[in-house]
Each structure stands twice: as structure tokens, then as C-alpha cells.
Design a protein around this ligand. Structure first.
Ligand SMILES: *Cc1c(COP(=O)(O)O)cnc(C)c1O
Length: 363
């Protein structure tokens, strides 16, 4: 079976370096908030040309702590997309704030900036765009709207490490950029992990305390925080992979180009907007025969996954928000027609050719 992501191949290539760094950490016996976390934070901040980076336990926490540190909570509204992983809305709700959804752009699956302004109310405090599948949301428009209404911007970059818009990296536009190192993400560790980048050192100081029980000095607690730290072993592994991320993303783009070449006359392929640098965390096609394609791929030994079959406004856990079927037709149509195909830097061209043949045959 060809999987969606093959982490085994990649591990074989970096195995020696990974073992070396893990051994060093185990021998040092410093496992929490040590030199590897600091080095990784420094390198990720430099990579994004921002001042601050803070390792946390997950992107869910990165989003939660960002919203919290911006002083957003009960009674406030945060505008976001209904077509994303559940954690995006969950993080807003953890703070007591309410997610307000805006439909998506049918080409990029990202929040539709032309419908955003009409959702702004007196309670709106922030916009939380998601750079879905590795293609950035229209951050220039979003930053403009945020500025006009005095709103904060929190970027969900869980699927977009290294993605760019007009030469500027995902996460470096907003007040904070939130990353996930869940193993299957385009920069993934070997367990859970996350990180926040930002420019404001005062806010960074607040978040550093929040991630560590509201404490800046041992056993002195200034406020209620959480336990959410990136651990040394994950940071060590991520340092090995960070060196290669541009190369990994380049290879994803090559695979995507081949898929495009073989499929674009038969199904709707991912769009790369002018000025965007897509990192293809997912390669996602649109077809009305989606279910048939998926079935045939499976019969022939190829994985494929529907990200996401149920948009957030129709999730059972969020019924209390009061949305209904038909509220976001573009997101609902996407949920019925999208299919993500195997995509990873080591994916063989021969597999792409076979997958394309099967899809062409069905369509
Ligand atoms: C994976 C993901 C998250 C959550 O990341 P974790 O590190 O698993 O908490 C949030 N948002 C999006 C868009 C994601 O894909």
C-alpha cells in the first residue's frame, strides 16, 4: 500500500543524525527547556526573520496561548474558517471566545477575504486565518482589514511551514504564527510539538510564562498558565529536519507539478495564486466522482484521504454555535468533493504516474 505519508523512508536518510542528537540529550539528562529547545527556537525565528519563537507542546496550544496572551476571551469573537482541522475552533473556545465562521475561497480552500468584513461586529477581536494544505491565505488583504478595524491576527500555520506570499513567510504577517510538529506535518517531529513565532518581545515574555505554569522564575507564579513545552528530544529531532525543510518543500512542489501535468485536464488540481509559494502539505484534488476515485485507488493499493469530510459549522460538538447546513456552501461543496492524494518528499514518480492513470480511468 502506498501511504499518504511515508515517514520510514525519511527516517532512514536521517537516522544517524537523529540517533546522535537523541543520545546526546539522553546522556545530558536535560529533557525539558534545555539547549536544543533554545537552539531550535532561535533557528526558527531566524528562518522567519522574526524576533521571537517559543516552543510549546502542540499547535492547538500555540493557538490557545496566542489568543489568551492577546487578552481575548469571554464575550469576544474570533473570525476564522469552517474548512480546517477541528483544533482551530477548539483553541478559540478554550479561551471563552466564540469562533465566527466565514466561507472559503473555492480555489485555495482558505478564508474568503471578500466575505470577511461583513462578519465583523463590536465583539470581534481577531482574525484567525488557516493556511490550509500549504497554501497561504490572502494575508495582505487580511492584514489590511485587521488594521482598518484594529483587530489582532493569529495565523494557523500547522500545514504551512516554509510557505510564502510575495516572498514573506507564513506566520510572519500576523501578531503570532502558530506551527505544529505533529509527525505527519510537512515539518514533523516524532511525537507532538508546536511553536509560536512573533515580533513583540513583551508578548513573548508573557507566552513563555504561560507555557510554564505562569512562571518566569522557579516556583514563583505570576498568573495561571498551562504545562505546554516542546521537549528537548523533539527539538533535537526537529533541528535535524529544519536543515532540510526547504529541500523537502521543493521536492513536494516537484511531485505536485507532476500530478498537475498528469491530471489537470481531468480533475480540478490545486491552485497556486500569483505571489504564493505552495508547500503542498496536502495535494488535494476536486472531483464530483471523488468517492469512486477513492475506492479505485484503494483497490489498487493507494491511500487517499478526505480532508475534511465535515466542515466545522456542522460538527456535532459545535451545534451550540447555531449554524446550519447551507450556511457556508463553498465549504460544504469542498467537503463533498475534495480528495487528498499521497504526498511526501520521497514519493516515487512511478507511484504518481500510476495514481494519475487510475484517476484518469475513473473520470
Ligand atoms: C494539525 C493541525 C492543528 C493542530 O496541531 P497539533 O499540533 O496536533 O495540536 C491545528 N490546525 C491545523 C490546520 C492543523 O492541520
Amino acid at each position: 500500500m502506498i501511504p499518504m505519508v511515508d515517514l520510514k523512508k525519511q527516517f532512514q536518510e536521517i537516522k544517524d543524525e537523529v540517533f546522535e542528537v537523541i543520545t546526546k540529550i539522553l546522556e545530558s539528562s536535560q529533557y525539558i527547556l534545555g539547549p536544543h529547545v533554545s537552539a531550535f527556537e532561535r533557528q526558527v525565528a531566524d528562518y522567519h526573520s522574526v524576533l521571537e519563537a517559543i516552543g510549546v507542546a502542540s499547535c492547538t496550544d500555540a493557538l490557545h496561548l496566542s489568543i489568551d496572551a492577546l487578552g481575548i476571551g469571554k464575550g469576544d469573537e474570533v473570525i476564522t474558517t469552517p474548512f480546517t482541522f477541528f483544533a482551530t475552533a477548539e483553541a478559540i473556545l478554550y479561551t471563552g471566545a466564540q469562533p465566527v465562521f466565514v466561507d472559503i475561497d473555492p480555489d485555495t480552500f482558505n478564508i474568503d477575504v471578500t466575505q470577511l468584513e461583513e462578519k465583523i461586529t463590536e465583539k470581534t477581536k481577531a482574525i484567525l486565518p488557516v493556511h490550509l494544505f500549504g497554501h497561504m491565505a490572502d494575508m495582505e488583504k487580511i492584514s489590511g482589514i485587521a488594521k482598518k478595524y484594529g483587530l489582532k491576527v493569529i495565523e494557523d500555520c500547522a500545514q504551512s511551514f516554509g510557505a510564502e506570499l510575495n516572498g514573506k513567510k507564513a506566520g510572519s504577517f500576523g501578531d503570532t504564527g502558530c506551527f505544529s510538529f505533529y509527525p505527519s506535518k510537512n515539518l514533523g517531529g516524532y511525537g507532538d510539538g508546536g511553536l509560536i513565532i512573533l515580533k513583540d518581545s513583551v508578548m513573548a515574555d508573557t507566552i513563555r510564562k504561560l507555557r510554564n505554569h505562569g512562571s518566569g522564575r522557579s516556583y514563583i507564579h505570576e498568573r495561571i498558565g498551562v504545562n505546554s513545552r516542546l521537549d528537548e528530544i523533539q527539538a533535537g529531532i526537529l533541528l535535524v529536519k529544519l536543515k532540510r525543510i526547504d529541500d523537502y518543500n521543493r521536492k513536494r512542489r516537484q511531485k505536485a507539478a507532476l500530478y498537475n501535468e498528469l491530471l489537470s485536464d481531468k480533475v480540478k488540481c490545486p491552485v497556486e495564486k500569483t505571489g504564493a509559494y505552495h508547500v503542498y502539505h496536502q495535494y488535494t484534488i476536486i472531483s464530483q466522482r471523488r468517492d469512486e476515485i477513492q475506492k479505485r485507488l484503494k483497490e489498487n493499493g493507494f491511500s487517499s484521504v478526505v480532508y475534511y469530510p465535515v466542515p466545522l459549522h456542522l460538527q456535532e460538538a459545535l451545534t451550540f454555535l447555531g449554524y446550519k447546513q447551507g450556511d457556508f456552501p463553498v465549504a460544504e461543496k469542498a467537503a463533498r468533493e475534495v480528495l487528498s492524494l499521497p504526498m511526501y518528499p520521497e514519493l516515487e514518480e512511478s507511484a504518481i504516474i500510476k495514481i494519475a492513470e487510475i484517476i484518469r480511468d475513473v473520470v
